[in-house]
Design a protein around this ligand. Structure first.
Ligand code: DOR
Length: 431
């Protein structure tokens, strides 16, 4: 699956980091770490030479919202297929969500997840971090054992897939955040609206209930109100979909609260006007919203109101997605296409190359506290990088998908960038 080279040099490559773009340079890697970055490096006989001419090298990605479905949902995804999908998308670390079978709400379930993950992590070189749930069994009734889960090593707490409705439970989650330093990731949605798609032409045509933006924004407003009593707590809004939410996040940041948020590639790429009405992969939670929301999300990602990108990779077996919009499960996959969407946004002038590196890699790495290992290409750091051909612009086909499930709303879209290879320490994964 990969070559291991003790010593290698990537020649004549364009280099992107969060600080700069170098139009042509050589990068030397020895014992898995970056030894030199120079205009010209002469390659010793013992080193392997990789021709990077015409390609761009950038830090490998970190995806902080992935439904790996581990443990226990092998009909949707396995550790092997999920981490391979990440690798093929140029992503070297993922944060896995706890809505699994059973829920990740105890250290025993964490251990079961690790057992399932070990071999795939070793094979792919992709690191999977775990989250613990906010409430036991995601029932929204009783708090999970935060301290035990934090001591075990989860990276965050979330009930992703469900919003935490109870005010007192949000208070106990923020207390736990102050105590442990871990962020609380909110799937902001007050339930009960019964909506499937946001109001728009497809929702109207199909005659299905609309999913209001207020379900999201009202919960974020409630959370920020409570957060003011917990100034050291970290609050993160998952997959923001509506401009109303951005305004709340922006105001809370200006007040100095520890608030952050993320956006998915699908909310950046599509609006509710662009849903293909026969393709249930376009049913996801939160839903795609109108063109003005899409514009607001793109602008907020560029100006820093949105901190980074996360895929919300949500694989589902065909039978769960194969029915109509009303009965289909929520979710689209996204690990394999995230970087290609962002490269397309660079081409469109929405993001600079430096901002792409920030939102794809360095910012989520800092968020998870793994920035020593991933997020930059500079001397003495471990090598974690992806090589892309930016000239390529191809339709996404099933051949591009490595997840066990094929419910990608990007199938058939023309996206920039071909991911040629990934470098992780001494390993060279050539695709
Ligand atoms: O579309 C979604 N699918 N959104 C979520 O928040 C959960 C996810 C899933 O678990 O399938």
């Amino acid at each position: 699956m990969y070559h291991a080279y003790e010593h290698y040099v990537i020649k004549n490559v364009e280099l992107w980091t969060e600080r700069e773009v170098i139009s042509q340079c050589d990068v030397e890697i020895q014992h898995g770490r970056i030894k030199a970055i120079e205009k010209h490096i002469s390659v010793p006989k013992s080193a392997h030479l990789i021709d990077g001419r015409g390609f761009t090298l950038l830090p490998a990605g970190v995806d902080p919202q992935v439904h790996l479905r581990v443990p226990g949902q092998a009909e949707k995804e396995t550790a092997g297929t999920g981490l391979l999908a990440a690798l093929r998308g140029g992503i070297a670390a993922v944060l896995s969500m706890p809505n699994t079978k059973p829920t990740i709400d105890s250290t025993e379930v964490c251990e079961a997840a690790v057992l399932e993950l070990e071999e795939a992590e070793h094979l792919t070189g992709v690191k999977a971090y775990l989250t613990g749930s906010i409430t036991q069994s995601l029932k929204g009734k009783a708090a999970a054992p935060y301290k035990e889960l934090a001591d075990w090593g989860v990276k965050a707490f979330t009930d992703d897939g469900l919003g935490v409705v109870d005010d007192d439970l949000m208070r106990s989650a923020f207390e736990a955040s102050e105590l442990t330093g871990l962020p609380i990731l909110q799937h902001a949605e007050f339930p009960g609206h019964g909506g499937v798609l946001a109001a728009g032409p497809v929702q109207e045509k199909l005659g299905i209930p609309a999913y209001p933006a207020a379900a999201e924004a009202d919960m974020v407003a409630r959370d920020i109100h409570i957060l003011k009593d917990y100034p050291k707590a970290r609050y993160h809004v998952l997959h923001v979909s509506a401009h109303e939410t951005l305004e709340l996040v922006s105001a809370a940041k200006a007040e100095g609260l520890h608030v952050s948020c993320e956006v998915t590639p699908h909310h950046l790429w599509f609006s509710s006007d662009e849903i293909k009405d026969e393709v249930t992969s376009f049913k996801m939670n939160p839903p795609l919203r109108g063109p003005s929301d899409k514009r607001a999300l793109r602008k907020a990602l560029a100006d820093g109101t949105i901190d980074f990108v996360a895929t919300d990779h949500a694989p589902h077996e065909a039978s769960a997605k194969g029915q109509n919009f009303k009965t289909s499960a929520f979710g689209t996959t996204g690990l394999e296409t995230s970087l290609r969407v962002l490269l397309s946004l660079v081409t469109e002038g929405v993001l600079s190359p430096q901002r792409l590196v920030q939102v794809f890699s360095s910012r989520p790495a800092r968020f998870l506290g793994i920035e020593k290992d991933i997020g930059d290409i500079s001397i003495d750091r471990p090598m974690a990088a992806v090589l892309v051909n930016r000239e390529s612009r191809e339709e996404v086909t099933e051949d591009d998908l490595f997840s066990l499930s094929k419910n990608s709303c990007f199938l058939g879209e023309k996206l920039d960038g071909k991911i040629e290879s990934v470098f992780l320490a001494d390993r060279y994964y050539q695709f």
